[in-house]
Design a protein around this ligand. Structure first.
Ligand code: NDP
Ligand SMILES: N[C@@H](CC=O)C(=O)O
Length: 345
């Protein structure tokens, strides 16, 4: 007999919808491998309504409504909550999947969503980087005291296992530094500009793919890369760091002439993220455009791809490439967290 697993989804944009599609696709595998029948009992959005149905929301119908820009209210089997916190208090799900937009400076309202979910006895899983840098310790402790998990694999490099790699497969390592490309949107824009597209065309295309932040200036001005640097430093180095403390320069000032000059010299512009520590001292945490030559591992990272090379005390260089991720890749990061939360409880 299958065990029913219930989910409440906060956010139903590019990532939330990709997660719903992945869930529909993976349902037979989840049943076969783990004996789980996963249903979504609640979905809440910012401006496109909400629905609660303890018997399970029809995800195909929710996807159709959302893709047409219509409200989800018609799917609700009970009165529609007025806001997200009310929604969470009215939900009786086992796990919350949180995909609301990032507030780089405060992490809100996602921090409150996660607190409410944990208070209601749910595991809290998010793709949002804000809570990771602004409330990592508090939320992790809050989850642990309740025997629940606060997981955020999808927040950095989408579906690539970064946090779970360090948590599980790299015991007793010290992370000394890292260097890489952590923002897909700017990497995509720079690549498109190399092909002769305008900056504006490239931004629009990144939005159409679903990889740009809700406000794409967060990508262009380096905030998304900075908050990812802060998340890696906070979680993997154990040094709390806010995105405001990362030295940050975006790609806004790069002109077609800069791009052409670099190409003529056999080089490419990349938005490079770097961090370095010595003991408890953070020596450097930076995001800035750099010209890289063909012998750099960053040179070949094209499209929406991302890359990071970690320097560890025991492994001098450990590199991870994620090729051309999109919202569906991020959805897998959320699904992996869901499976890990449930099978380790
Ligand atoms: N897109 C990507 O490739 C990746 C995104 N992420 C992160 O995932 C998150 C979601 O990204 P994405 O799906 O692209 O963003 P979207 O802007 O496409 O979707 C955001 C969703 O959140 C909803 N929302 C806004 N405010 C609230 C609120 N207060 N309560 C509940 N729901 C709310 C929006 O509803 P409405 O539209 O009705 O306002 C929308 O459904 C972000 O934190 C992002 O940084 C992480 C990795 C990759
Ligand atoms: N906007 C982000 C999405 C993933 O975090 C990016 O472009 O990398």
């Amino acid at each position: 007999m299958a065990r029913q697993v219930t989910l409440a989804m906060v956010g139903f944009g590019n990532v939330g919808r990709a997660f719903a599609r992945l869930l529909l696709r993976k349902q037979p595998e989840l049943l076969k491998q783990f004996g789980w029948q996963v249903i979504v009992t609640g979905i809440v959005t910012g401006r496109h309504g909400a629905a609660i149905n303890p018997g399970g929301i029809n995800l195909n119908h929710a996807l159709e409504l959302s893709e047409r820009g219509q409200s989800l209210n018609v799917l609700s089997a009970q009165p529609v909550p007025q806001n997200t916190l009310e929604f969470l208090y009215a939900s009786s799900a086992e796990v919350m999947i949180e995909t609301s937009p990032v507030n780089h400076l405060t992490g809100q309202p996602a921090i409150d969503h996660i607190k409410a979910a944990l208070q209601k006895g749910m595991h809290a899983i998010t793709a949002n980087k804000g809570p990771v840098v602004h409330a990592y310790k508090e939320l992790t402790e809050m989850a642990a005291t309740r025997g629940k998990r606060f997981l955020f694999e999808a927040a950095v490099m989408d579906g690539a296992p970064i946090f779970s790699l360090f948590r599980g497969s790299l015991p007793a390592v010290n992370l000394l530094g890292f260097r890489g490309i952590l923002n897909s949107t700017t990497n995509y824009i720079l690549g498109e500009m190399e092909q002769g597209r305008t900056f504006e065309e490239a931004v629009r295309q990144a939005q159409a793919i679903g990889i740009a932040e809700t406000d794409p200036s967060a990508d262009v001005d380096g905030w998304d890369a900075a908050i990812k640097v802060a998340a890696l430093v906070t979680v993997l180095m154990g040094i709390p760091l806010k995105p405001q403390e990362v030295e940050r320069q975006g790609i806004r000032d790069l002109t077609p002439e800069h791009i052409a000059e670099a190409r003529a010299a056999g080089e490419r512009w990349k938005l490079v993220c770097t961090a370095r520590r010595q003991g408890d001292l953070l020596l450097e945490a930076r995001v800035r455009p750099e010209r890289v030559s063909a012998d750099s591992p960053l040179y070949a990272i094209g499209g929406t791809s991302s890359y990071v090379e970690f320097q560890l005390d025991v492994l001098p260089g450990l590199g991870i490439v994620e090729s051309n991720p999109g919202p569906e890749t991020t959805a897998y990061g959320l699904l992996a967290d869901l499976i890990n939360a449930l099978r380790h409880q």
